[in-house]
Design a protein around this ligand. Structure first.
Ligand code: GTR
Length: 337
């Protein structure tokens, strides 16, 4: 059993060492480094396992000098809150979706534009390439270092009221969205009411009728068990926005150049590992959810959803720099097809 005294002593040491930070989850001392990482997804989810992989690589690359402690399942709070703590320097690493970064750096709207990509391969190529790097770089002036992207597949609508075949079926529905103006606009463009709310509150929100549904990819719909309470899933695939692993610039700036390189290398090496786990979980999620009796609407005329959502592009792409990144992504379409 963990002895309470040593636990308290450790907390005191952490707080003293961190100097700043609401959580004080940053570790240092005698050349040894402990990086603290948060994730809103449950233990075992591909993003969590990818950060664990990164931790093992980081330990190897630094001969055991750098270690990581990972807190999955939103133990440290919802993404919006843990991001603020990360920027402030109270938490070292945070794996989040791109959406909660939207209010921090406008460039992060780009990968969440509706129907931007023509395939998963296109999304991966764009995020692995120059456009993805330009978006990560845009985070730095806001106190975050973007280390890498992870997959998040395609997000689609689900609800507990009726099957959605076309946008008009969503009229008046209350749909939970992430904390992002772009997502609010997307849902409102369809005639539904957007309700921003943390991920962890969706299940109860649906059972209590606060919301009718939400939108997410297969693995999240499955592992969050939302499929138990929202039995209609429509594969409109409106957004292929990625997950992002960010680091607090406070912490980053205190690392030696060699340690920065090791962190970056370990993060990058975790990406192909994550993708393997991701592809397998998409299959498992689809099979299990279908077997549970969920009604999946596969035959969707996506052009109807795309037409309604199109005005969102002009509303959120507001600078020539952003437009150039969008153009770069669009020009990669053929190469990745
Ligand atoms: C998931 C993502 C989470 C969180 C969640 C949400 O796909 O992995 O980080 O952003 O969506 O909808 O809040």
């Amino acid at each position: 059993m963990l002895n309470q005294k040593s636990n308290l002593t450790r907390r005191g040491a952490l707080a003293a060492c961190a100097g700043v930070g609401a959580l004080g989850l940053t570790g240092c001392g005698k050349g040894r480094e402990i990086l603290y990482a948060a994730d809103a997804q449950i233990d075992g989810y591909p993003t969590v396992e990818a950060v664990r992989f990164m931790a093992r690589r980081l330990e190897e690359l630094t001969d055991g000098r750098m270690k990581m402690n990972i807190y999955p399942g939103a133990q440290l709070g919802a993404e919006k809150d843990t991001l603020e703590i990360t920027i402030f320097g109270g938490l070292d690493l945070n794996r989040v979706n791109i959406a909660p970064l939207n209010s921090i750096a406008r460039e992060t709207f780009i990968p969440a534009l509706p129907f931007l990509y023509n395939s998963i391969a296109h999304a991966r190529a764009a995020m692995d390439g120059a456009p993805g790097q330009a978006i990560l770089d845009a985070l730095e002036p806001h106190g975050l270092i973007g280390l890498c992207y992870y997959d998040s597949g395609a997000r689609s609508f689900y609800n507990g009221r009726r099957p959605i075949h076309e946008p008009d079926d969503m009229k008046g529905m209350k749909i939970r969205v992430q904390n992002s103006d772009l997502y609010v606009s997307l849902v409102e463009a369809l005639g539904a009411n957007a309700t921003p709310m943390p991920y962890g509150e969706i299940y109860t929100g649906i059972t209590q009728g606060v919301i009718d549904g939400a939108e997410n990819n297969w693995p999240s719909y499955y592992t969050s068990r939302h499929f138990e309470v929202a039995k209609y899933y429509t594969l409109d695939q409106h957004v292929l926005a990625p997950e992002v692993l960010v680091m607090s610039a406070h912490r980053w700036n205190r690392l030696s150049d060699d340690d920065k390189q090791a962190v970056l290398q370990a993060a990058r090496e975790s990406v192909p590992y994550m993708r393997q786990l991701w592809d397998a979980l998409v299959d498992e999620a689809r099979e299990t959810v279908l077997a549970s009796g969920v009604e999946v609407v596969e035959d969707v005329d996506k052009s109807l959803f795309a037409a309604r959502m199109e005005p969102v592009w002009d509303r959120f792409i507001t600078t020539p720099k952003m437009q150039n990144i969008v153009d770069d992504i669009l020009s990669m379409e053929e190469a990745s097809a």
